[in-house]
Design a protein around this ligand. Structure first.
Ligand SMILES: [Zn+2]
Length: 724
């Protein structure tokens, strides 16, 4: 057969590159704005459906004045009371689990305890084990937690209302668990799981969380062996937002949610979160006005859809093999048993290789052509980091595109496109697809959750390439990889934008055979990338909606008092001028810029110490103003475990910090099981700053804000442990 194609005129060749650039841009835009997702439903929507507008009303009633409400605070009590009233109004019986709880993960280097109150609502009776819907009621001290996790609580309340309005009865019972002390260290979830009466009722848990205030509610974690769970999700939630890659990535992140103690106890569960606009997460800006109603609707549709699907499910059949899956723009969720990943990837690689051999493409093999795809990946990665470094160098900030990422994104896009144009010089369709299919085999072997990103488009290629169709598989690859780039880059948002040149380049590998190498265009792209990066360097790193994270601490440590400004970036000029801050961050009680703060004014905490063999019992004596206590046990003490409130928690290796994080802790009795006596550091922590800190807080300015634990007074003292 004659495969020669008539030469296109030069102008058409140039047009072809522009055409594909527009296609890539359109896919990127579709992935961000056109993503299938529920439109928020109004307050007069039918009673049996979830309405974001009704959920938002419930959220406003729950949060009242929208103040921070960490576990143990007066505002936390007020939020509890409002939740109990809301449940009573829905005609749901609720119980409060008031208890001291402790929890610690080995990798935290800390054990956290606190007095908490979980609220457990019996939504519907039924037979067998229960569906447990979960969200946390507390917020961080720095912010009012409208999205994290007020939105989760409101999604549960609106789902409960919709379930009560549903005349269909029968099936599994439904419980709603509103946990407390999640932000301190998963204390409420740990208390629930520790209590056998409750734990044994759990059939499937559905947890809803947030790490931002926009975007679809992603199913980002499940219990292991999730094939049947993913299947049930796909059948009951209209707009799927999930991928087996999320679970793989989440394993490497330091984050935890209430699902952690549930999974540790071997329970079955789903974990959801929306994660867009992380800049406002755990800050005073996490308010209802910033919460996207579409995220609330997405969260609610997931909770209500799954609950309805699970009600009649046979829980014995929910354990299966793992799935590999990947939603296509929220419209469709292709999925496959992970056991198929490797054999299918090998088969697809073999089919493409065979077709290449039959068509004599890439024969004789040119090494230069074969190296184009990996060269594209490598160059895109390197270019990303060089451009980010240029922007950071000009701007002088650690994360220069934090508030305004557009110019850096443009710079990266121009660079990757320019590199793709250059790499297209000798690329042939079969060589490019052999690379993608080969990487798919590696992924299936090493990181199965990633494999659908290769496997699904390569399957399209294996079927279409033999018929000379190159555009169709390229479109499939672009949908998958540009979709990943567009959705994952904003949610990471933490100075790692350049890493996302890699998935973009991965998608472009499939496009190389359709592009025409044009040196002029490539050089132009390089120049535009550089210009955009230079311009990005002059854009302010922060604005009022995306402020710098900066906590002010007032520390009294023995005879000295000092300020500590804790931030990952340099200090705002006005703050630096307001006190004699150190030139660079120092390792004090925390890491931060330190400045002298005059003479100490508070009474340091103390503790009564009693020894019984290797056990040291401390009775804390903190002030009535204490919000929490912390005890640092150095590595040389050889701490084995800590007993507090009747709960013994094994100690992680190395230095261990015990955070007893509620006001009740000021008088807590703690027993340390130690190998060696040593001196300990005891801290009393109070939220907010002393009166003399007002000027510093003002100098912090509008473009910086506290986050997480927020501003704090820390009073420290040494506790000597007597020898045997
Ligand atoms: Zn949360």
């Amino acid at each position: 057969m004659d495969l020669t194609v008539p030469q296109e005129p030069t102008s058409l060749r140039a047009m072809r590159n522009w055409f594909w650039a527009l296609v890539v841009l359109a896919i990127w835009a579709l992935a961000i704005w056109g993503r299938g997702g529920p439109a928020p439903l109004p307050a007069d929507a039918p009673a049996q459906v979830f309405s974001a507008a009704r959920a938002e009303i419930a959220l406003a009633q729950l949060l009242g004045p929208e103040r921070p409400h960490p576990a143990g605070s007066a505002e936390n009590e007020a939020v509890h009371a409002r939740l109990l009233a809301a449940l009573a109004a829905l005609g749901v019986k609720s119980t409060t689990l008031n208890t001291m709880s402790c929890y610690g993960e080995q990798r935290w280097g800390a054990i956290i305890c606190g007095q908490i109150g979980d609220v457990i609502a019996e939504v519907r009776p039924g037979q067998g084990k229960a569906i447990v819907l979960m969200a946390h009621l507390d917020s961080v001290p720095a912010g009012p937690g409208a999205a994290d996790d007020g939105a989760g609580v409101a999604a549960l309340l609106e789902s409960i209302r919709a379930l009560k309005a549903d005349p269909r009865v029968g099936g599994h019972p439904v419980l709603a668990l509103f946990t407390d002390g999640e932000e301190d260290g998963l204390l409420g979830a740990a208390a629930f799981v520790r209590d056998a009466r409750w734990r044994e009722q759990v059939g499937v848990a559905v947890n809803v969380e947030a790490r931002g205030n926009r975007g679809p509610s992603l199913l980002f974690q499940t219990s292991p062996g999730n094939g049947a769970l993913v299947d049930l999700y796909a059948r009951n939630v209209k707009y799927p937002a999930t991928s087996s890659l999320y679970g793989e990535i989440y394993k490497f992140l330091p984050n935890d949610t209430d699902m952690t103690p549930f999974l540790k106890a071997g329970l079955t569960g789903y974990n959801f979160a929306f994660v867009g606009n992380v800049a406002q997460y755990h800050t005073p800006l996490d308010r209802i006005e910033g919460l996207d109603p579409a995220s609330l609707q997405s969260q609610g549709d997931a909770v209500l859809g799954l609950t309805r699907g699970l009600k009649s499910a046979d829980f014995a059949h929910l354990k299966s093999g793992d799935a590999i899956d990947l939603d296509i723009m929220g419209w469709w969720l292709p999925r496959l048993d992970a056991g198929w990943a490797l054999p299918l990837s090998l088969l697809i690689f073999a089919v493409i290789a065979l077709a290449a051999w039959v068509r004599r493409e890439g024969v004789p093999l040119s090494v230069g052509a074969a190296l184009m795809p990996p060269l594209l990946l490598l160059s895109a990665g390197v270019a990303g980091f060089i451009l980010q470094a240029i922007v950071a160098w000009i701007s002088g900030h650690a994360d220069p595109a934090y508030a305004h990422p557009l110019l850096l994104r443009l710079a990266l896009a121009f660079a990757v496109w320019g590199i793709a144009l250059t790499s297209s010089r000798r690329a042939t369709a079969y060589i490019c697809w052999l690379w993608l299919a080969g990487l798919g085999v590696a992924a299936a072997w090493l990181l199965p959750g990633l494999s659908p990103y290769f496997l699904f488009p390569a399957a399209v290629a294996a079927v279409t390439l033999p018929f000379g169709l190159r555009a169709l598989p390229a479109l499939a690859a672009l949908m998958v990889w540009i979709g990943l780039t567009a959705n994952a880059e904003p949610l990471m948002g933490l100075a790692i934008t350049p890493i996302f040149t890699l998935p973009a380049a991965m998608g472009l590998i499939a496009l190389l055979p359709l592009l025409k190498a044009r040196r002029g265009q490539a050089v132009l792209c390089g120049a535009l990338a550089l210009m955009a990066a230079i311009a990005a360097g002059f854009v302010p790193a922060y604005d009022a909606a995306h402020p710098q994270r900066l906590n002010l601490l007032y520390v009294e440590d023995g005879r000295q008092a000092y300020w500590l400004a804790s931030t990952g970036d340099r200090l705002p000029p006005a703050l630096r001028a307001a006190a004699h801050f150190s030139a660079s961050p120092e390792n004090r009680i925390e890491r931060g810029f330190a400045a002298p703060a005059g003479t100490p004014q508070f009474t340091a905490p103390s503790a009564q110490v009693a020894r019984n063999g290797a056990d040291i019992t401390l009775t804390f004596n903190g002030s009535s103003a204490a919000d929490s206590m912390a005890l640092v046990v150095p590595q040389k003490a050889g701490l084995q475990s800590i007993t507090l409130g009747g709960i013994t928690t094994p100690a992680p290796a190395g230095q261990v910090v015990l955070f007893c994080s509620t006001p009740a802790c000021a008088r807590a009795e703690v027993t340390l099981h130690l190998a060696e006596p040593t001196s300990l550091l005891l801290m009393e922590r109070r939220f907010g700053l002393p009166v003399k800190g007002a000027a510093l807080a003002k100098a912090r300015g509008e473009l910086a804000m506290p986050s997480q634990s927020g501003d704090m007074i820390i009073l420290a003292s040494r506790i000597a442990v007597p020898d045997k």
